[in-house]
Design a binder for this molecule. Structure first.
Ligand code: DP6
Length: 328
């Protein structure tokens, strides 16, 4: 039996979204994306390879998991076993310190932490780009939770060319993601199912063909800490992705009435001079971005809105990393 290795990886919020794949099996995305890791929102994952096990075992938040989630983890573990020349099955014990299945990307942090912990437990010491490629095979957004801070995932055209890297460290820009939670229910359609529908929307081609210019604006906004430019491009990109979702067959509608209420409020605050903007993933929660200096006031305002259950807040986070095993 190998010794237990544990890793932590942060969730991330995309400013320029990944939606739709050119290759679903390899998760080569239709367009590149840019995100910020979320400090304090993480998955902690411990892996032990044990020849006595007859199959891989996965415990998530204290519950033994089977079915699709286990199968996805096994596929990633198979890749790692192949690279390491290992046959033993793995015991994986993972938990998230934030609500899962609500559009706060738990697959991103979970699979990034699993990639790092499992590869180390298998005796591999892989470079960041290789860890990012492996994590991508399990969940696209997970490849962005391997590097630290502000991260870009170049779409690439094959397994080797599609991976994420840091464009600025966490301390580069003291932003806050204030997450207005409007529902704790599990989302009805997973991102994986959603990506497969993206090309059924007549708007997806327009979204993808114009993505490069938004990536450029977003990259530049981050590098120059230009909040206004970030606000414009992040809201545009989020709306474009949701327009694709809403015009797919079948229709995907992740927004709740409270989601729209928060979007209106954020725009009104910005018109009133507060540097703030929204972005929404595949769920009803609204990620409200602002400079750290505004966060307290923004959180207070969000808490006063009807339908906002709670507000989580996160500064930029570091890379996936190995931690002492056991619960933190
Ligand atoms: C809306 O990475 O969760 O959050 O690759 O199937 O695991 P899979 O999908 P996932 O999709 C994330 C979609 C998004 C946008 C983003 O994070 O870029």
């Amino acid at each position: 039996m190998t010794s237990a290795i544990a890793a932590i990886a942060h969730s991330n919020i995309a400013f320029i979204k990944y939606w739709g794949n050119r290759d679903n099996a390899l998760r080569i995305p239709s367009n590149g994306s840019i995100s910020m890791n979320l400090n304090g929102l993480y998955s902690h994952t411990q892996v032990t390879f044990d020849p006595a096990l007859e199959s891989d075992r996965l415990s998530l938040g204290g519950k033994e998991v089977a079915g699709a989630a286990l199968a996805r983890a096994c596929t990633l573990l198979d890749q790692i076993r192949n690279l390491a020349g290992l046959r033993a099955h793995a015991r994986v014990i993972s938990y998230n310190n934030f609500p899962t299945g609500t559009g706060i990307a738990s697959s991103a942090s979970g699979f990034a932490a699993l990639t790092l912990a499992a590869s180390r437990a298998a005796g591999l010491d892989l470079a960041e780009a290789e860890l990012s490629r492996l994590a991508r095979l399990a969940s696209g957004s997970a490849c962005r939770s391997i590097p630290g801070g502000f991260v870009e995932w170049r779409a690439g055209h094959d397994h080797a060319s599609s991976y994420a890297f840091s464009i600025a460290p966490p301390e580069h820009w003291d932003l806050r993601d204030c997450i207005a939670v409007t529902s704790l229910a599990h989302k009805p359609t997973t991102s994986q199912e959603g990506h497969a529908l993206a090309d059924t929307s007549p708007l997806q081609a327009a979204r993808v063909s114009s993505a490069e210019s938004r990536l450029q604006v977003c990259r530049e906004a981050i590098l120059t800490r230009d909040f206004d430019a970030l606000a414009q491009v992040a809201e545009l990109d989020s709306n474009l992705m949701h327009a694709v979702m809403m015009t797919s067959t079948p229709i995907l509608m992740y927004w709740l009435p409270a989601t729209v209420l928060v979007m209106h409020a954020v725009q009104e605050w910005r018109r009133g001079g507060v540097p703030v903007c929204f972005t929404i993933d595949a769920g009803p929660n609204v990620h409200v971005l602002c400079p750290a200096s505004e966060a307290e006031a923004v959180i207070q305002r969000l808490n006063q809105l009807d339908g906002v259950i709670q507000v989580l807040s996160a500064p930029p986070g570091g890379p996936a990393r190995i931690v002492a095993s056991g619960l933190e």
